[in-house]
Ligand binder design. Structure first.
Ligand SMILES: [Zn+2]
Length: 226
């Protein structure tokens, strides 16, 4: 029934299920069951799980296998606090390199965000909003900082998936377009303030403390894998 799925497709399907809570935090991700469900070898599944582990979406422990990461409330707060501290600081660095081409590129990305929002595709929206932040950070001339922000964004994606509401990624926390416009107008200070307030809003939209623990039927969950 399953055609050969690419690693990328399997990655996206598992990520989507995690973000949409069909695979809740702490859920076990057994290689054999996933291998059956996707009709792919355990080696392929392991590769996908390792990629998710690198992004801190999944944890892999010896003898325990892979599980959906379960960020603690404290970890959630610390990650958002780190972003609140760092991302506004990078704005002046980004502004040094900000060009018309950059503006056009990020505006196009916002169109995709709007589309995902219109489709109520929460998984895509979480991915796209994280991508907006880390690609912006990558414009600064500091690759160490850019990598660090990227890691924080990946970890935030899981936190928003676990603790967030729809408000965590929607316009309620401020439209990314406002930031692009401030940067186009070289309003350095306002752009920094905007970023800080934006991240503070995201932090306050999190609902810390959720329950989980149901049994998962992987065959059924991924039955419609085309
Ligand atoms: Zn944002």
């Amino acid at each position: 029934m399953n055609k050969m799925l690419s690693d990328e497709t399997i990655y996206k399907k598992i990520l989507k299920s995690i973000v949409e809570h069909q695979l809740p935090p702490g859920a076990r991700l057994p290689e054999d069951k996933l291998s059956e469900a996707f009709g792919r070898s355990r080696t392929s599944i392991r590769k996908v799980l390792q990629r998710l582990a690198l992004e801190r979406i999944v944890t892999i422990e010896p003898n325990k296998g892979a599980h959906v990461n379960r960020p603690s409330e404290q970890e959630a707060q610390e990650i958002l606090d780190s972003r609140i501290m760092l991302e506004p600081l990078l704005i002046p660095e980004i502004m040094k390199y900000w060009s018309k081409a950059n503006s056009k590129y990020f505006r196009a990305m916002l169109k995709e965000e709007k589309q995902a929002e219109a489709n109520e595709d929460q998984a895509a929206l979480i991915q796209l909003t994280a991508q907006f932040h880390y690609e912006l950070a990558a414009l600064s001339d500091n690759s160490v900082m850019a990598d660090f922000i990227q890691q924080l964004c990946y970890r935030s994606s899981l936190i928003i998936a676990v603790f967030g509401s729809r408000h965590s990624v929607s316009c309620d926390c401020g439209d990314h377009l406002e930031l692009i416009e401030l940067m186009d107008n070289e309003q350095n200070k306002q752009a920094q303030d905007w970023m800080k307030q934006h991240l503070i809003h995201i932090k306050s939209s999190l609902k810390l403390g959720v329950s989980d623990g149901q049994k998962i039927n992987f065959q059924q969950l991924f039955a419609n894998s085309e």
